[in-house]
Design a protein around this ligand. Structure first.
Ligand SMILES: [Zn+2]
Length: 309
């Protein structure tokens, strides 16, 4: 099966009330772990690349490795640009064979966001590529995106409807209380499901996307901290909430932090337990296994996308 857009997988997710995981990739181990887990679970999957991942690994390397994963598996795989900062970056990804791009105009005011998103949509659609846009603003830090708590704001459902109608975007990322990074909540975790419900009432046919949705898995944070790490007080979005989001209309759930923690935890454990190791396969192998187990657990037990390929 060649690379696909997210169109069909999102239609199925809206009809059958499950979510599709969108996992960030940076290197070969991530790509193999994510696609093997999805293949074994017979789940559609989205591989996403941020602009800093492109800077790190180069777009041609990422694309070729994703092609190898597509050849090695038998599930729908979409290749998506995460948080495209401008038209040029989106265009570069479209021209390099991505099947989906996000244009993140949430840093601009409403009219500027509409104009920029529309520009990307027009180009993407002429090439058969789909576009995710964002309205509202998430707090937190993720690669080049850094928004202070005070600047974060929830998505306005009426504005969301106007935004989708005017831009023609294919899916919409909304802000309902998640945030980027490993420190998502100061107090109790809380998501505004009332806003999600109102957005879905206004936009019943638009797939909704949740960013900043890692659960910051406590066992992985502990494994890091017990092996020389220093990530105190990290807190994510509980799995029950993410499961509910998938059931109540979210079609795409982004996961980056949890996979970073999975890799780091295993590398730290191996180094701590055997300081004599210097063969990279001896620590990147367990790291890849941990990423795979993490992705599989999300697909089977949180997003409920297993057997939906
Ligand atoms: Zn994000």
């Amino acid at each position: 099966m060649p690379l696909v857009t997210t169109k069909e997988m999102f239609e199925k997710s809206m009809k059958e009330h499950f979510a599709i995981g969108a996992f960030n990739i940076n290197n070969m181990e991530f790509i193999q772990a994510i696609t093997e887990a999805a293949d074994e679970a017979k789940s559609p999957v989205i591989l996403q690349v941020s602009s800093s991942a492109i800077k790190y690994a180069q777009i041609k390397y990422l694309k070729k490795m994703v092609e190898a994963a597509v050849e090695s598996t038998n599930i729908p795989i979409a290749l998506h640009l995460d948080h495209g900062p401008d038209f040029e970056t989106c265009k570069m990804c479209i021209d390099n064979g991505f099947t989906s791009v996000m244009i993140d105009g949430s840093k601009y005011d409403f009219e500027e966001n509409v104009a920029l998103t529309k520009q990307v949509v027009d180009y993407a659609h002429s090439k058969g590529v789909v576009v995710e846009a964002e309205l509202g603003k998430l707090a937190g830090v993720e690669d080049d995106v850094n928004v202070k708590d005070d600047d974060a704001r929830y998505t306005d459902p009426d504005q969301a409807k106007e935004f989708v109608e005017r831009t023609g975007c294919d899916s919409l990322a909304i802000a309902i209380g998640t945030s980027h990074g490993a420190y998502k909540f100061k107090g109790e975790a809380k998501l505004r499901f009332d806003i999600l419900k109102r957005v879905k009432e206004k936009l019943p046919n638009t797939p909704i996307v949740l960013h900043g949705a890692s659960s910051v898995i406590p066992a992985l944070v502990d494994m890091c901290n017990n092996n020389g790490g220093n990530i105190p007080g990290a807190k994510g979005c509980p799995n029950e909430m993410l499961k509910k989001a998938g059931e109540e209309g979210v079609s795409k759930i982004n996961v980056d932090t949890d996979l970073r923690l999975a890799m780091t935890a295993q590398i730290r454990r191996v180094f701590n337990e055997d300081p004599s190791i210097f063969d990279p396969r001896k620590y990147l192998g367990p790291a890849r296994d941990e990423i795979k187990a993490t992705v599989k657990d999300k697909i089977e037990n949180v997003f409920c996308s297993a057997n939906k390929a």
